[in-house]
Design a protein around this ligand. Structure first.
Ligand code: NDP
Length: 248
């Protein structure tokens, strides 16, 4: 793949699933990856695997609900590699529930991580990328950012928001700052994502759906790598990747 080697790529939510698979993929293509999440043992293990395979990686404990910690993650990249080429805003959670169950704490958590976490990432890299007059911000939406299902109102709201933020960012920054903006919308992917669902029936439905349809985190990593690998003048703005058999 062209145009990945040598890039400095920050990934949030890199301790499992899509984030971890993407870190391995991009490091394997020659990028230096800067990895953030809360579970530091997982991050350290991933960094050591990448290094054993000849790749370049560093990690920093990051809770994306803290603007300061997200800034420190970006500072780590700049201190070590002196630039930021790509931010993959991937951290997210999906505690599905019916609105009538009033799981207000879970609504707030989704808004904090899935929306505000993405905004904190944008805030931390935008001044750098504007100055560089180059860069790419990849935000993780979802098929749930295109369609709404019962039990998914708030999760979908956060992912619709991610797509709106991505589109606004593109229109504001791409023409002059030459920053490429990508919104990636995965369908059912086999990861730890259902672990945050507290409604037993909704959790089982998702686990069953993912067992039946689920594609791998590596399949999404390939889509991210495709978007990163395009020539600088080519922006892949929207990617929607479903398992072939998934309808909604
Ligand atoms: P995982 O649960 O495997 O990964 C989620 C990642 O987000 C973990 O690394 C977790 O790290 C991190 N995370 C959660 N909360 C925080 C936080 N407060 N601060 C920093 N990191 C956090 O699920 P996926 O890989 O599937 O999810 C990745 C993204 O893909 C999410 O945005 C999700 O919404 C999206 N997505 C996933 C789909 C799927 O079917 N799997 C479908 C569509 C979209 P840690 O706990 O260590 O902090």
């Amino acid at each position: 793949m062209e145009n990945i080697k040598g890039k400095v790529i920050i990934i949030t939510g890199a301790s499992s699933g899509i984030g971890a698979a993407t870190a391995k993929k991009l490091a394997g293509e020659g990028a230096a990856v800067v990895l953030g999440a809360r579970r530091t043992e997982r991050l350290e293990e991933l960094v050591s695997t990448i290094r054993q395979n000849g790749g370049e990686a560093v990690s920093k404990k990051t809770d994306v609900t803290s603007a300061r910690e997200v800034q420190e993650l970006v500072d780590t990249a700049v201190e070590r590699y002196h630039r930021v080429d790509v931010l993959f805003n991937n951290a997210g959670l999906m505690p599905l529930s019916y609105l009538r169950d009033l799981k207000i704490d879970e609504w707030e958590r989704m808004i904090d991580v899935n929306i505000k976490g993405v905004l904190y990432g944008i805030a931390a890299v935008l001044p750098i990328m504007r100055k560089q007059k180059s860069g790419q911000i990849i935000n993780t939406a979802s098929v749930a950012g295109h369609v709404v299902s019962p039990g998914g109102a708030v999760y979908s709201a956060t992912k619709f928001a991610v797509r709106a933020i991505s589109e606004g960012l593109r229109k504001e920054e791409s023409p002059d700052s030459l920053i490429r903006v990508t919104s990636i919308s995965p369908g059912a992917v086999l990861t730890e994502l259902p672990s945050t669902i507290t409604d037993p029936q909704l959790k089982q439905n998702i686990i069953d759906r993912e067992k039946f349809h689920g594609i791998s985190a590596e399949d999404i990593a390939n889509a991210v790598a495709y978007a990163v690998s395009q020539p600088d003048g080519v922006a892949v703005n929207e990617v929607l990747v479903r398992p072939t058999t998934q309808i909604n």
